[in-house]
Design a protein around this ligand. Sequence first.
Ligand SMILES: NC(=O)c1ccc[n+]([C@@H]2O[C@H](COP(=O)([O-])OP(=O)(O)OC[C@H]3O[C@@H](n4cnc5c(N)ncnc54)[C@H](OP(=O)(O)O)[C@@H]3O)[C@@H](O)[C@H]2O)c1
Length: 230
Amino acid sequence: MADQPLALVTGASRGIGAAVAHALAPTHRLLLGGRDESALAELAGELPDASPWVVDLTDPAAVEAAVAGIGGLDVLVHSAGVARLGTIEDSPADVWRDNFEVNVVAVVELTRLLLPVLRAAHGHVVLINSGQGLAAREGWGAYAASKFGLRAFADVLRAEEAANGLRVTSVFPGRTDTEMQQAVVAGEGGDYDPEKYLRPDSVAAGVRTAVLASPDAHLTELTLRPRPVR
Ligand SMILES: NC(=O)c1ccc[n+]([C@@H]2O[C@H](COP(=O)([O-])OP(=O)(O)OC[C@H]3O[C@@H](n4cnc5c(N)ncnc54)[C@H](OP(=O)(O)O)[C@@H]3O)[C@@H](O)[C@H]2O)c1
């Protein structure tokens, strides 16, 4: 419906981003961010008012052109991310660059370009961070450092934009049953048991709670862990 607020969800083609799109669909019009046009078109077809927003977030010219078409925006959810893992010894500079390019630089630049419309709406920026953005472990150096950087960005954005009425929420999920987690577990050489992990729609429910918080409330940080299997 035209009078519903508009949300842009990056990484909406699958995983947590797709679940966030489903969770916000009853209350928001949606722009579905990602590179996989057919996956985004399929998801858009399942939702009441959603359109694909096809862009590679590491392509500055493409991002600028895509943002130019957004005349107003209430909610920006950053779910796009990559996880290139490895020990420090096994992680040359391109591994660090890839993690930082998508998980930090692309998030910062997209947010920066959208600040005027977000300010106008007294909007909300939600950043899907990670447990690795709170405590880094061995073998996760470049990814964890990128998520620590993302957390710092969120904290600074929240402070700088408070006077403009922006809300900024960092969400810190533990391991979640997505293609990213399947690749992580394959890299670790373990068996994949989805029952051990959070469901994407559980993370999305947290995002929805933050977005739909009463106007006086600001959920600044939200940590979700898989419930221990009994
Ligand atoms: N899964 C977990 O266990 C877990 C835990 C904690 C935090 N997280 C975080 O949650 C977020 C979502 O992860 P996920 O598990 O849902 O991952 P996923 O299933 O691998 O999905 C990643 C999404 O990011 C998009 N993306 C990646 N690079 C992009 C680029 N250059 N331009 C545009 N879109 C790009 C992908 O779009 P394409 O279709 O274009 O590839 C895809 O939609 C990430 O930030 C991740 O770090 C995940």
